[in-house]
Write a protein that binds this ligand. Sequence first.
Ligand code: ZN
Length: 459
Amino acid sequence: MSGIRRPHEAVDYDLLTTRLPPPPEYLETAYLDDPETIADKQLTRLQDRARAAYEVPFFRRRWDAAGADPADLRSLSDLSGLPSYTVDDIRESIEAHPPYGDYQGVSVEQAAHQPMRVYMSGGTTGVSRPTLYTSWDREAGAILTARALYMQGIRPGDVVLNAWAYSTHNGAHAMDEALYRWLNCVVLSTGTGNVTPTRKQIELAVQYGSKAILTTGDYLLHLAETAREMGLDPTEDLQLRALPNIGDKERLSETFGAPVYDSYGFHEVQWVAIECPAGDGLHIFEDAFIVEIVAVESGELLPDGEQGAVCITEIYKTGSPQIRYNIMDLSALHPRSQCACGSWLRKMAPFAGRGDNMVKLRGVNIWPEALGEIATSVEGVGDDYFVVADRSNNRDEMTVKIVSDTDPAGFEALSERVAARLQEATGVRISAEVVAPGSLDHLTGFGSAAKLIRFRDDR
Ligand SMILES: [Zn+2]
Protein backbone atom coordinates (compact mmCIF):
# COMPACT_ATOMS: atom_id res chain seq x y z
CA MET A 1 0.00 0.00 0.00
CA SER A 2 1.38 3.39 -0.88
CA GLY A 3 0.86 6.58 1.07
CA ILE A 4 0.63 5.02 4.50
CA ARG A 5 3.28 6.34 6.86
CA ARG A 6 4.01 4.48 10.07
CA PRO A 7 4.66 6.43 13.30
CA HIS A 8 8.46 6.37 12.85
CA GLU A 9 8.06 7.76 9.33
CA ALA A 10 5.51 10.40 10.29
CA VAL A 11 7.68 11.85 13.07
CA ASP A 12 11.34 12.87 12.88
CA TYR A 13 12.24 11.77 16.39
CA ASP A 14 15.69 13.38 16.37
CA LEU A 15 14.17 16.73 15.50
CA LEU A 16 11.37 16.25 18.04
CA THR A 17 13.67 15.50 20.98
CA THR A 18 16.04 18.32 20.00
CA ARG A 19 13.17 20.81 19.95
CA LEU A 20 11.42 19.40 23.02
CA PRO A 21 13.87 17.45 25.17
CA PRO A 22 12.12 14.76 27.24
CA PRO A 23 12.98 14.18 30.89
CA PRO A 24 15.47 13.76 32.46
CA GLU A 25 17.53 15.52 29.71
CA TYR A 26 15.02 18.37 29.82
CA LEU A 27 16.16 19.44 33.28
CA GLU A 28 19.76 19.77 32.05
CA THR A 29 18.87 21.57 28.80
CA ALA A 30 15.80 23.66 27.94
CA TYR A 31 14.89 24.01 31.62
CA LEU A 32 18.11 26.00 32.15
CA ASP A 33 17.94 28.16 28.99
CA ASP A 34 18.92 31.80 29.47
CA PRO A 35 16.30 34.47 28.73
CA GLU A 36 17.74 35.26 25.30
CA THR A 37 17.65 31.63 24.17
CA ILE A 38 14.09 31.28 25.46
CA ALA A 39 12.99 34.37 23.50
CA ASP A 40 14.80 33.26 20.31
CA LYS A 41 13.16 29.82 20.36
CA GLN A 42 9.76 31.34 21.07
CA LEU A 43 9.89 33.86 18.24
CA THR A 44 11.00 31.36 15.56
CA ARG A 45 8.43 28.80 16.62
CA LEU A 46 5.69 31.41 16.92
CA GLN A 47 6.34 32.72 13.40
CA ASP A 48 6.12 29.15 12.04
CA ARG A 49 2.90 28.39 13.87
CA ALA A 50 1.27 31.70 12.95
CA ARG A 51 2.05 31.11 9.26
CA ALA A 52 0.46 27.66 9.52
CA ALA A 53 -2.55 28.97 11.43
CA TYR A 54 -3.18 31.59 8.73
CA GLU A 55 -3.89 28.73 6.32
CA VAL A 56 -6.71 27.55 8.64
CA PRO A 57 -10.09 29.18 7.78
CA PHE A 58 -11.01 29.89 11.43
CA PHE A 59 -7.85 31.91 12.02
CA ARG A 60 -7.64 33.53 8.59
CA ARG A 61 -11.21 34.82 8.91
CA ARG A 62 -10.59 36.32 12.33
CA TRP A 63 -7.16 37.76 11.54
CA ASP A 64 -8.30 39.26 8.24
CA ALA A 65 -11.24 40.90 10.00
CA ALA A 66 -8.82 42.43 12.52
CA GLY A 67 -6.36 43.48 9.80
CA ALA A 68 -3.71 41.24 11.34
CA ASP A 69 -1.04 39.53 9.25
CA PRO A 70 1.30 36.80 10.58
CA ALA A 71 4.10 38.42 8.52
CA ASP A 72 3.93 41.34 10.99
CA LEU A 73 5.17 39.16 13.86
CA ARG A 74 8.68 40.57 14.17
CA SER A 75 8.98 40.38 17.95
CA LEU A 76 7.21 38.47 20.71
CA SER A 77 5.35 41.60 21.79
CA ASP A 78 3.64 41.67 18.36
CA LEU A 79 1.67 38.57 19.37
CA SER A 80 -0.84 40.66 21.31
CA GLY A 81 -1.78 42.33 18.00
CA LEU A 82 -3.48 39.10 16.87
CA PRO A 83 -7.11 38.68 17.96
CA SER A 84 -7.82 36.19 20.74
CA TYR A 85 -10.76 33.77 20.81
CA THR A 86 -12.76 31.85 23.39
CA VAL A 87 -14.64 28.59 23.65
CA ASP A 88 -17.75 30.39 22.29
CA ASP A 89 -15.94 31.03 18.99
CA ILE A 90 -15.00 27.35 18.86
CA ARG A 91 -18.63 26.36 19.47
CA GLU A 92 -19.78 28.65 16.64
CA SER A 93 -17.20 27.14 14.32
CA ILE A 94 -18.47 23.63 15.10
CA GLU A 95 -22.09 24.64 14.58
CA ALA A 96 -21.25 26.12 11.20
CA HIS A 97 -18.97 23.23 10.15
CA PRO A 98 -19.99 20.09 12.06
CA PRO A 99 -18.56 17.96 13.50
CA TYR A 100 -14.92 19.15 13.38
CA GLY A 101 -15.36 22.91 12.97
CA ASP A 102 -13.01 24.85 10.68
CA TYR A 103 -10.27 25.44 13.27
CA GLN A 104 -8.37 22.15 13.01
CA GLY A 105 -5.68 22.77 10.42
CA VAL A 106 -5.64 19.07 9.59
CA SER A 107 -8.43 16.82 8.40
CA VAL A 108 -9.35 13.31 9.35
CA GLU A 109 -8.66 12.21 5.75
CA GLN A 110 -4.96 12.74 6.47
CA ALA A 111 -5.09 9.88 8.95
CA ALA A 112 -4.44 7.54 6.02
CA HIS A 113 -1.10 9.31 5.60
CA GLN A 114 -0.09 9.46 9.26
CA PRO A 115 -1.57 8.07 12.49
CA MET A 116 -3.91 10.62 14.07
CA ARG A 117 -6.20 10.83 17.05
CA VAL A 118 -9.20 12.90 18.04
CA TYR A 119 -10.14 13.83 21.59
CA MET A 120 -13.05 15.89 22.81
CA SER A 121 -13.65 18.36 25.55
CA GLY A 122 -16.88 19.70 26.95
CA GLY A 123 -20.08 18.08 25.84
CA THR A 124 -22.27 19.30 28.67
CA THR A 125 -23.82 21.81 26.26
CA GLY A 126 -24.60 19.08 23.77
CA VAL A 127 -21.71 19.79 21.38
CA SER A 128 -18.36 18.14 22.06
CA ARG A 129 -15.34 20.16 20.99
CA PRO A 130 -12.97 17.91 19.06
CA THR A 131 -9.24 18.45 18.63
CA LEU A 132 -7.37 16.49 15.97
CA TYR A 133 -3.83 15.47 16.87
CA THR A 134 -1.13 14.54 14.38
CA SER A 135 1.48 11.93 15.31
CA TRP A 136 3.93 14.73 16.10
CA ASP A 137 1.37 16.49 18.33
CA ARG A 138 0.69 13.31 20.31
CA GLU A 139 4.39 12.64 20.84
CA ALA A 140 5.20 16.27 21.65
CA GLY A 141 2.29 16.46 24.08
CA ALA A 142 3.38 13.20 25.69
CA ILE A 143 6.88 14.64 26.20
CA LEU A 144 5.40 17.69 27.97
CA THR A 145 3.30 15.43 30.18
CA ALA A 146 6.32 13.21 30.85
CA ARG A 147 8.30 16.27 31.98
CA ALA A 148 5.58 17.18 34.46
CA LEU A 149 5.19 13.62 35.78
CA TYR A 150 8.97 13.35 36.18
CA MET A 151 9.06 16.65 38.07
CA GLN A 152 6.31 15.29 40.33
CA GLY A 153 8.56 12.38 41.28
CA ILE A 154 7.77 9.55 38.84
CA ARG A 155 10.90 7.76 37.55
CA PRO A 156 11.69 5.38 34.65
CA GLY A 157 10.94 1.79 35.63
CA ASP A 158 8.14 2.75 38.02
CA VAL A 159 4.84 0.90 37.98
CA VAL A 160 2.03 3.49 37.80
CA LEU A 161 -1.73 3.03 38.13
CA ASN A 162 -3.63 5.20 35.68
CA ALA A 163 -7.02 5.60 37.36
CA TRP A 164 -8.29 8.38 35.10
CA ALA A 165 -11.29 7.60 32.86
CA TYR A 166 -10.21 6.19 29.49
CA SER A 167 -12.87 8.08 27.61
CA THR A 168 -13.39 10.48 24.70
CA HIS A 169 -11.24 13.14 26.35
CA ASN A 170 -7.49 13.44 26.34
CA GLY A 171 -6.72 13.01 30.05
CA ALA A 172 -6.11 9.30 30.66
CA HIS A 173 -4.62 8.75 27.19
CA ALA A 174 -2.18 11.66 27.49
CA MET A 175 -0.92 10.22 30.79
CA ASP A 176 -0.73 6.75 29.30
CA GLU A 177 1.31 7.91 26.29
CA ALA A 178 3.69 9.92 28.48
CA LEU A 179 4.28 7.07 30.91
CA TYR A 180 4.65 4.35 28.28
CA ARG A 181 6.47 6.15 25.50
CA TRP A 182 8.62 8.76 27.25
CA LEU A 183 9.08 7.73 30.89
CA ASN A 184 9.52 3.97 30.46
CA CYS A 185 7.01 3.33 33.20
CA VAL A 186 4.84 0.23 33.37
CA VAL A 187 1.21 1.36 33.28
CA LEU A 188 -1.62 -0.48 34.99
CA SER A 189 -4.58 0.97 33.11
CA THR A 190 -7.12 0.48 35.87
CA GLY A 191 -9.42 3.34 34.84
CA THR A 192 -11.83 4.82 37.38
CA GLY A 193 -13.47 3.10 40.34
CA ASN A 194 -16.38 2.16 38.06
CA VAL A 195 -14.05 0.08 35.91
CA THR A 196 -11.75 -1.31 38.59
CA PRO A 197 -13.33 -1.30 42.08
CA THR A 198 -11.52 0.74 44.73
CA ARG A 199 -10.40 -2.29 46.77
CA LYS A 200 -8.97 -3.90 43.64
CA GLN A 201 -7.07 -0.68 42.83
CA ILE A 202 -5.48 -0.78 46.27
CA GLU A 203 -4.63 -4.48 46.02
CA LEU A 204 -2.95 -3.88 42.65
CA ALA A 205 -1.07 -0.82 43.90
CA VAL A 206 0.29 -2.78 46.86
CA GLN A 207 1.05 -6.01 44.96
CA TYR A 208 2.85 -4.25 42.12
CA GLY A 209 4.55 -1.61 44.27
CA SER A 210 2.96 1.25 42.32
CA LYS A 211 4.76 4.58 42.79
CA ALA A 212 1.81 6.71 41.73
CA ILE A 213 -1.95 6.46 41.23
CA LEU A 214 -3.02 9.05 38.69
CA THR A 215 -6.50 10.37 39.54
CA THR A 216 -8.14 13.26 41.39
CA GLY A 217 -7.09 14.14 44.92
CA ASP A 218 -10.59 13.32 46.16
CA TYR A 219 -10.46 9.80 44.80
CA LEU A 220 -6.96 9.33 46.16
CA LEU A 221 -8.16 10.30 49.65
CA HIS A 222 -11.06 7.90 49.23
CA LEU A 223 -8.53 5.19 48.32
CA ALA A 224 -6.59 6.02 51.50
CA GLU A 225 -9.72 5.61 53.58
CA THR A 226 -10.54 2.28 51.98
CA ALA A 227 -6.91 1.16 52.47
CA ARG A 228 -7.28 1.85 56.21
CA GLU A 229 -10.51 -0.18 56.27
CA MET A 230 -8.51 -3.00 54.70
CA GLY A 231 -6.01 -2.77 57.56
CA LEU A 232 -3.36 -1.01 55.47
CA ASP A 233 -1.35 2.15 56.15
CA PRO A 234 -1.60 4.54 53.17
CA THR A 235 1.95 5.86 53.71
CA GLU A 236 3.72 2.59 54.52
CA ASP A 237 1.88 0.15 52.28
CA LEU A 238 1.19 2.34 49.23
CA GLN A 239 4.50 4.26 48.99
CA LEU A 240 3.31 6.81 46.43
CA ARG A 241 5.99 9.23 45.27
CA ALA A 242 3.89 11.54 43.11
CA LEU A 243 0.55 13.15 43.95
CA PRO A 244 -2.03 15.06 41.89
CA ASN A 245 -2.71 18.74 42.42
CA ILE A 246 -6.50 18.55 42.17
CA GLY A 247 -7.90 18.45 45.69
CA ASP A 248 -6.88 19.13 49.27
CA LYS A 249 -3.10 19.43 48.80
CA GLU A 250 -2.18 19.56 52.47
CA ARG A 251 -4.22 16.49 53.35
CA LEU A 252 -2.89 14.59 50.37
CA SER A 253 0.69 15.34 51.31
CA GLU A 254 0.05 14.37 54.94
CA THR A 255 -1.80 11.17 54.07
CA PHE A 256 0.74 9.81 51.61
CA GLY A 257 3.95 11.43 52.87
CA ALA A 258 4.92 12.88 49.48
CA PRO A 259 5.05 16.46 48.16
CA VAL A 260 2.30 17.98 45.98
CA TYR A 261 3.42 20.17 43.05
CA ASP A 262 0.95 22.55 41.53
CA SER A 263 0.54 22.39 37.77
CA TYR A 264 -1.55 23.76 34.91
CA GLY A 265 -2.81 22.48 31.59
CA PHE A 266 -5.93 21.64 29.58
CA HIS A 267 -7.09 19.15 26.95
CA GLU A 268 -6.32 20.94 23.70
CA VAL A 269 -2.74 21.94 24.52
CA GLN A 270 -1.90 19.36 27.21
CA TRP A 271 0.52 20.21 30.06
CA VAL A 272 1.59 23.87 30.24
CA ALA A 273 3.36 24.53 33.53
CA ILE A 274 4.49 22.91 36.77
CA GLU A 275 5.88 24.00 40.10
CA CYS A 276 9.51 23.26 41.02
CA PRO A 277 10.73 22.39 44.53
CA ALA A 278 11.38 26.12 45.18
CA GLY A 279 7.61 26.72 44.93
CA ASP A 280 6.17 30.21 44.45
CA GLY A 281 4.71 29.77 40.98
CA LEU A 282 4.61 27.29 38.10
CA HIS A 283 7.42 27.23 35.50
CA ILE A 284 5.88 27.42 32.01
CA PHE A 285 7.24 25.06 29.32
CA GLU A 286 8.31 28.07 27.29
CA ASP A 287 9.74 26.02 24.43
CA ALA A 288 6.13 24.93 23.79
CA PHE A 289 3.95 27.84 24.93
CA ILE A 290 3.61 31.57 25.21
CA VAL A 291 1.29 32.53 28.06
CA GLU A 292 -0.34 35.95 28.23
CA ILE A 293 -2.74 37.28 30.85
CA VAL A 294 -5.63 39.38 29.57
CA ALA A 295 -8.49 41.30 31.16
CA VAL A 296 -11.57 39.08 31.54
CA GLU A 297 -14.02 41.62 30.11
CA SER A 298 -12.01 43.50 27.45
CA GLY A 299 -9.42 40.87 26.51
CA GLU A 300 -6.70 43.53 26.78
CA LEU A 301 -3.18 42.49 27.70
CA LEU A 302 -2.46 42.91 31.44
CA PRO A 303 0.92 43.74 33.01
CA ASP A 304 2.93 41.19 35.02
CA GLY A 305 1.50 40.43 38.43
CA GLU A 306 -2.09 41.35 37.61
CA GLN A 307 -4.70 38.61 37.74
CA GLY A 308 -6.71 37.97 34.60
CA ALA A 309 -7.63 35.26 32.09
CA VAL A 310 -4.99 32.90 30.70
CA CYS A 311 -4.54 33.45 26.96
CA ILE A 312 -2.47 30.64 25.53
CA THR A 313 -0.45 30.17 22.36
CA GLU A 314 1.08 26.82 21.51
CA ILE A 315 4.34 26.87 19.56
CA TYR A 316 5.03 23.14 19.31
CA LYS A 317 2.33 21.51 17.19
CA THR A 318 1.89 20.57 13.53
CA GLY A 319 -1.90 20.06 13.58
CA SER A 320 -4.77 21.95 15.23
CA PRO A 321 -3.33 25.38 16.22
CA GLN A 322 -4.12 27.35 19.35
CA ILE A 323 -2.98 30.93 18.87
CA ARG A 324 -4.21 33.32 21.58
CA TYR A 325 -6.88 30.99 22.96
CA ASN A 326 -8.46 32.80 25.91
CA ILE A 327 -9.29 29.84 28.10
CA MET A 328 -10.92 31.98 30.85
CA ASP A 329 -8.95 30.34 33.67
CA LEU A 330 -7.71 32.98 36.11
CA SER A 331 -4.00 33.37 36.86
CA ALA A 332 -1.17 35.94 36.81
CA LEU A 333 2.36 36.04 35.36
CA HIS A 334 5.45 36.59 37.49
CA PRO A 335 8.11 38.92 36.07
CA ARG A 336 10.97 36.88 34.59
CA SER A 337 13.79 36.21 37.05
CA GLN A 338 16.10 33.33 37.88
CA CYS A 339 14.47 30.89 40.30
CA ALA A 340 16.31 29.27 43.21
CA CYS A 341 16.14 26.03 41.18
CA GLY A 342 18.29 27.66 38.48
CA SER A 343 15.59 28.02 35.81
CA TRP A 344 14.80 31.28 34.01
CA LEU A 345 11.50 29.90 32.71
CA ARG A 346 8.68 32.31 33.38
CA LYS A 347 6.35 31.43 36.25
CA MET A 348 2.59 31.74 36.41
CA ALA A 349 0.40 31.73 39.52
CA PRO A 350 -1.68 28.61 40.24
CA PHE A 351 -5.22 28.35 38.82
CA ALA A 352 -7.28 30.91 40.73
CA GLY A 353 -10.79 30.12 39.51
CA ARG A 354 -12.73 30.92 36.36
CA GLY A 355 -13.39 34.16 34.54
CA ASP A 356 -16.76 32.78 33.46
CA ASN A 357 -19.16 30.48 35.30
CA MET A 358 -17.61 27.14 34.44
CA VAL A 359 -16.98 24.89 37.47
CA LYS A 360 -14.83 21.84 37.84
CA LEU A 361 -16.47 18.75 39.31
CA ARG A 362 -14.12 15.83 39.98
CA GLY A 363 -11.89 16.91 37.09
CA VAL A 364 -14.73 17.48 34.61
CA ASN A 365 -15.67 20.94 33.29
CA ILE A 366 -19.31 21.76 33.99
CA TRP A 367 -21.38 24.79 33.02
CA PRO A 368 -24.33 25.06 35.47
CA GLU A 369 -26.50 26.63 32.75
CA ALA A 370 -25.95 23.54 30.59
CA LEU A 371 -27.07 21.30 33.45
CA GLY A 372 -30.18 23.45 33.84
CA GLU A 373 -30.94 23.09 30.16
CA ILE A 374 -30.63 19.30 30.30
CA ALA A 375 -32.64 18.94 33.52
CA THR A 376 -35.49 21.22 32.44
CA SER A 377 -35.89 19.33 29.16
CA VAL A 378 -37.02 16.21 31.02
CA GLU A 379 -40.79 15.68 30.76
CA GLY A 380 -42.66 16.92 33.83
CA VAL A 381 -39.94 19.39 34.85
CA GLY A 382 -40.63 23.15 34.81
CA ASP A 383 -38.31 25.91 33.55
CA ASP A 384 -36.78 26.95 36.85
CA TYR A 385 -33.56 25.46 38.25
CA PHE A 386 -30.72 26.05 40.69
CA VAL A 387 -27.37 24.24 40.90
CA VAL A 388 -25.37 23.76 44.12
CA ALA A 389 -21.86 22.35 44.52
CA ASP A 390 -20.75 21.17 47.95
CA ARG A 391 -18.58 18.63 49.69
CA SER A 392 -19.81 15.55 51.48
CA ASN A 393 -17.70 12.58 52.59
CA ASN A 394 -14.57 14.32 51.23
CA ARG A 395 -16.00 14.38 47.76
CA ASP A 396 -17.20 17.18 45.49
CA GLU A 397 -20.91 16.79 44.85
CA MET A 398 -23.37 18.69 42.70
CA THR A 399 -27.13 18.89 42.91
CA VAL A 400 -29.51 20.31 40.35
CA LYS A 401 -32.71 21.52 41.96
CA ILE A 402 -35.68 21.75 39.60
CA VAL A 403 -39.36 22.47 39.95
CA SER A 404 -42.40 20.49 38.86
CA ASP A 405 -46.16 21.10 39.10
CA THR A 406 -46.87 17.36 38.93
CA ASP A 407 -48.04 15.26 41.91
CA PRO A 408 -45.37 15.47 44.69
CA ALA A 409 -45.79 11.70 45.21
CA GLY A 410 -43.89 11.27 41.95
CA PHE A 411 -41.03 13.71 42.79
CA GLU A 412 -38.61 11.00 43.80
CA ALA A 413 -39.04 8.99 40.62
CA LEU A 414 -38.76 12.19 38.58
CA SER A 415 -35.53 13.12 40.41
CA GLU A 416 -34.05 9.77 39.45
CA ARG A 417 -34.97 10.26 35.80
CA VAL A 418 -33.34 13.71 35.77
CA ALA A 419 -30.20 12.41 37.51
CA ALA A 420 -29.91 9.60 34.96
CA ARG A 421 -30.20 12.09 32.10
CA LEU A 422 -27.53 14.31 33.68
CA GLN A 423 -25.11 11.42 34.08
CA GLU A 424 -25.77 10.35 30.50
CA ALA A 425 -24.93 13.84 29.24
CA THR A 426 -21.92 14.66 31.41
CA GLY A 427 -20.44 11.31 32.37
CA VAL A 428 -20.35 12.26 36.06
CA ARG A 429 -22.84 11.53 38.83
CA ILE A 430 -24.93 14.60 39.62
CA SER A 431 -27.93 14.53 41.98
CA ALA A 432 -31.32 15.97 41.16
CA GLU A 433 -33.95 17.25 43.55
CA VAL A 434 -37.49 18.09 42.49
CA VAL A 435 -39.37 20.73 44.48
CA ALA A 436 -42.67 22.57 44.13
CA PRO A 437 -42.87 25.64 41.85
CA GLY A 438 -41.73 28.80 43.67
CA SER A 439 -39.53 26.91 46.12
CA LEU A 440 -36.33 28.08 44.41
CA ASP A 441 -37.18 31.80 44.34
CA HIS A 442 -35.15 32.56 47.48
CA LEU A 443 -32.11 30.97 45.80
CA THR A 444 -32.43 32.36 42.28
CA GLY A 445 -33.51 35.81 43.46
CA PHE A 446 -36.63 35.60 41.29
CA GLY A 447 -38.71 38.74 41.75
CA SER A 448 -35.86 40.64 43.45
CA ALA A 449 -32.60 40.23 41.44
CA ALA A 450 -31.97 41.85 38.05
CA LYS A 451 -30.27 38.71 36.78
CA LEU A 452 -31.29 35.30 38.08
CA ILE A 453 -28.69 33.41 40.10
CA ARG A 454 -28.36 29.83 38.89
CA PHE A 455 -25.38 28.50 40.78
CA ARG A 456 -23.78 28.49 44.25
CA ASP A 457 -20.46 26.92 45.19
CA ASP A 458 -20.47 25.77 48.83
CA ARG A 459 -17.24 23.80 48.59
ZN1 ZN B 1 12.15 26.93 40.02
